[in-house]
Write a protein that binds this ligand. Sequence first.
Ligand code: GLC
Length: 484
Amino acid sequence: MKIMKVLFAGYESAPYYKRGGLGDVMESLPKALQGIGVDARVTIPYYREIKKQYHIKKEGEFYVDFNGKKEHIGIYSEKYSNVPFYFLENIRYLSLSRAKDKTKRMGQFAFFDLAIVEFIRWLGEHHKWRVDIVHPNDWHTALIPLILKKRKLEIPTLLTIHNLLYQGVGSLKVLDMLDIQDEEAKTLKRGVPANEMNILGEGIVHATRVSTVSPTYAKEIAKAEHDHNPISPFLIKRRDEGLGKDDPLRHEARKIIGILNGIDYDVWNPTKDEIIFHKFDIDNWEIGKKDNKEDLLRSLGLEDRPTFCFVGRMAVQKGLDILIKAVEKAAPLDINLIILGSGDTRIQASILKMAEKFPWIRAELLYSEDLAHKIYAGSDFIVIPSRYEPCGLIQMIAMRYGTIPIASDTGGLHDSISNGKNGFLFKKGKSARLKRVIKHALNIYKDSIRYKKMVQQAMKKDFSWDKSAKLYKKLYEEMIAVHS
Ligand code: GLC
């Protein structure tokens, strides 16, 4: 059988440049696909930060017309764990990874999307590598389906949504920059008069298929149709285009598919992890976790107590205010609480205030992969109070390291945790519920037989990418079959 060729595109990819979970997926999903015989490759911008740290070989160049000018694109490439990575360079548009200005960011990624479409041609001409599927991720690359259509390049596209909150809403000028006349984009606007566009929305309308990172989040997105979310008109349009047709396949194809992410077991594996204090596996986890915990607590100046942790970005989505309220209500508690992460300054300040009040709380307000590994290995429980969570990776990582998750019952958390069996779920947004679950978890911790069973169940749960990669492969195959 012919080997399928899939080109991933996105804002970030580990190990080169990572700000969030998308970066992990862009690294590990293509790798897993390569493992099952799909030729998956990745394209991201060649940001200044990447250039400084990695000196990647230049492979070629081409030009695109954007905003009335001829722009140069340099192609840099290398293989990383069996996956070819391509970095597109343009000083004006693709150097800055964190441009503050919204309009600038929209222009930047419109440019990147156009560059990718041209790059697809380039790959065909220079490598005889003819892309079967383009796989854009999130709003940054969601203009690719529209640009492909306008250029009459009939390559099926799968748009994956990792977070519906970020949609790329702003000036319609982006279309002028691309020299695209799209009357539809003007009618599906958010404001009146029609001067704004929604880039993710365009992707939802024009992509061959749309997916997201867990089945439950896919359902939650479908509900967003009825919210006053700016994305609703686009969701409705996508759905309606499938209705009224006799072809049930077509109707199905308009739905948003949920495929749960996995985690990379080469990276997240307590038997091989060089960062944690002591390696361990499911047969000796009791000693392993005890030793890790001892060293972790010593390094943070904490006493030996049941240890809870939080690891993540300080963003409203992550629900730290819910955790703070629950802790305030539950105090005094005979536990440790370790908080690791950085972000929103207001959230950081309230964490520090809480940590000053309770000596058993340690707040490490920084981004540290190293400390994160040590915390996963050395904690007993991890609290994940997210307001919404498309998939979430840390619950899977923590479980692999024998740390029991206490998480909001939403999105991917719902799909990866079985309440009472390998973790705890509570009603999202409710600090009183969280407080109750923390107390309940402590009781189970004391009743050590039940606790041990839970840890074993958590460690055994299979979150490897294999399963999900197969689902993606099947979806690609379907898309190609319908297409040809
Ligand atoms: C985003 C989501 C997170 C998901 C990740 C990878 O960061 O917020 O839930 O796990 O993308 O898909």
